[in-house]
Design a protein around this ligand. Structure first.
Ligand SMILES: CC(C)(COP(=O)(O)OP(=O)(O)OC[C@H]1O[C@@H](n2cnc3c(N)ncnc32)[C@H](O)[C@@H]1OP(=O)(O)O)[C@@H](O)C(=O)NCCC(=O)NCCS
Length: 258
């Protein structure tokens, strides 16, 4: 086992490699237990604190560039697991990210994370069905889109997917799919507002001191989009009926074209 207190270019005899052209030497603790783990940090990345733990083999951490204040995270990466942070991912205080057993935890660009947030693709400990002996809590990937805001202590658990431009409320717990440009709150998080867009300027310490409409902020236009309804999953009867309609439509097209 190796523990580093500086994040910079590094490699050892076990195939563990860190590629970090910029040196980070404050609030860093990197523990590597296994082999063939990889860290790829963009030259323009901003990291205010990182406790990184590779428990097994073949783990990957990728961190994108940042023009904002950066992030502070405790990231645990297990066997064959990957954590990816896009550009401009920020946290107010330390967040926890966990990906083990081949899971992927992915953050898009411009994700704003508050304080005390968790992103857990696994439950840390196994739970089994006593009759079948099978695991009942498999790991599941987590995908956080771009320009997503996680309020204080909001959490994403195994299987969480959050669409671009959405807001997850204070202490809310995402366990399923939340569409784009909406506000979702509660446990499990449910959509309470659609067709919204949020912006980073703070309500009090960025002027103007009142922001009643969008003319008071610079809009990140690419994230001002209507909420798309998630594709409805069809029952077997609905699917059969839809296939019949499709076939009839193709037959009509052929007759019409001849
Ligand atoms: C998510 C949030 C931004 C939504 O604000 P909003 O769109 O104005 O939502 P509203 O206050 O109109 O609430 C809509 C509904 O959701 C409920 N709700 C709002 N936030 C909730 C939360 N965190 N958990 C559970 N329910 C919540 C409200 O009670 C209301 O329910 P109702 O329709 O049954 O009355 C806000 O509630 C929130 O969580 N703020 C904290 C943000 C934060 O953590 N900032 C820290 C620094 S980044």
């Amino acid at each position: 086992m190796k523990t580093l207190t500086v994040l910079s270019n590094f490699q050892d005899d076990y195939g563990n490699v860190i590629d970090s052209p910029t040196v980070f030497d404050r609030n860093i603790s990197i523990t590597i237990r296994g082999k063939n783990n990889r860290v790829l940090i963009d030259r323009e990345a901003k990291i205010t604190g990182l406790r990184l733990q590779f428990d097994c083999d073949n783990g990957t951490l990728i961190v994108g560039p940042s023009s904002k204040h950066g992030f502070n995270m405790f990231i645990r990466i297990g066997q064959d697991a990957t954590v990816k942070l896009g550009a401009d991912v920020t946290t107010t205080e330390r967040s926890i990210v966990s990906a083990v057993e081949g899971a992927n935890v992915t953050f898009g660009n411009d994700v704003m994370i508050a304080s005390g947030n968790h992103f857990r693709a696994d439950d840390s400990h196994p739970i089994f069905d006593i009759y079948s002996q099978k695991r009942v809590n498999p790991v599941k990937d987590i995908t956080i889109g771009s320009h997503v805001w996680f309020g204080d202590q909001a959490v994403a658990l195994a299987g969480a997917v959050v669409g671009d431009g959405s807001v997850i409320g204070f202490r809310s717990i995402v366990t399923n799919t939340i569409p784009n440009n909406c506000v979702a709150v509660g446990s499990p998080a449910k959509v309470v507002r659609k067709n919204i867009a949020w912006e980073r300027p703070h309500l009090s310490y960025v002027a103007p001191p009142y922001k009643p409409d969008a003319s008071t902020v610079e809009k990140s236009e690419e994230y001002w989009n209507p909420t798309q309804e998630p594709a409805r999953s069809l029952s077997p009867t609905d699917r059969f009926a839809l296939n019949l309609r499709r076939r009839a439509w193709h037959v009509r097209q052929r007759l019409f074209n001849n």
